[in-house]
Design a protein around this ligand. Sequence first.
Ligand SMILES: C[S@@+](CC[C@H](N)C(=O)[O-])C[C@H]1O[C@@H](n2cnc3c(N)ncnc32)[C@H](O)[C@@H]1O
Length: 250
Amino acid sequence: MLTFVGLGLYDLGDITLKGLTYVKSADVVFLEAYTSRLMGTDLTAMEVFFGKEIRVLSREDVEQDPAEILERAAAGRVAFLIGGDPMVSTTHADLRIRAAAAGIETSIIHAASISSAVCGLSGLQNYRFGKSCSVPFPAGGWFPTTPIDTITVNLGLNLHTLVYLDIQDDRCMRIPEAIEIIEDMAERRGVEPPALYVGIARAGSEHPVVAAGSGSKLKETDFGPPLHVLAVPADLHPVEREYLETFAGL
Ligand SMILES: C[S@@+](CC[C@H](N)C(=O)[O-])C[C@H]1O[C@@H](n2cnc3c(N)ncnc32)[C@H](O)[C@@H]1O
């Protein structure tokens, strides 16, 4: 049995009761911390909380060589832990398909996702979002411009864009850096950079920071520690504008 268990957004209080019950009954517990991360806890605290040893998996373990996960799931109850909701902006659909092809029973225990938390914290209406995108750290000569293309297409359709920020082993991208990169991409593509952003830090924590404004304003805003995410709004509905004025300093 392979169960994908969402951990929610910030700390150990965010897993659902269903998720907690399953993890406590699991024979093996795996954690992937490369698509998202709970910044309000750490591995040791998680092991104590669940009363289980947790094996941390790399992207290669999951996407290229999942044989061990599948073998353990064929023999017993495996909990596969993922930040947020397990199938939102991850590639774990592939692992679930592989498990099904191997005759292994699978299930998903959902949890809060950044994709819905952004709507609550910003007031941007969820049905007005277009395709989302991710801003990666530039590496060597590699400087993709896909995010600005996605934002530009969405703005042309009057749709909001959710912009995920890169997570690496030793660093998580912050809002000011992401805006700098998006503006650089816009210049390379010869398009106008977004006039308005909403930046959100530590959704799910007691004190998330939410700020709306121009690129130059948000680059000067102190959002505190990661995780950070951005939204690029399309034309604001009057209620969206009022919400941002009330809760995000627009
Ligand atoms: C690739 S998405 C994975 C989404 C996850 N499966 C979910 O449902 O929430 C991860 C990105 O979302 C953003 N993110 C996730 N959790 C966050 C949080 N609590 N606060 C702010 N941004 C967050 C960060 O930009 C992070 O790099």
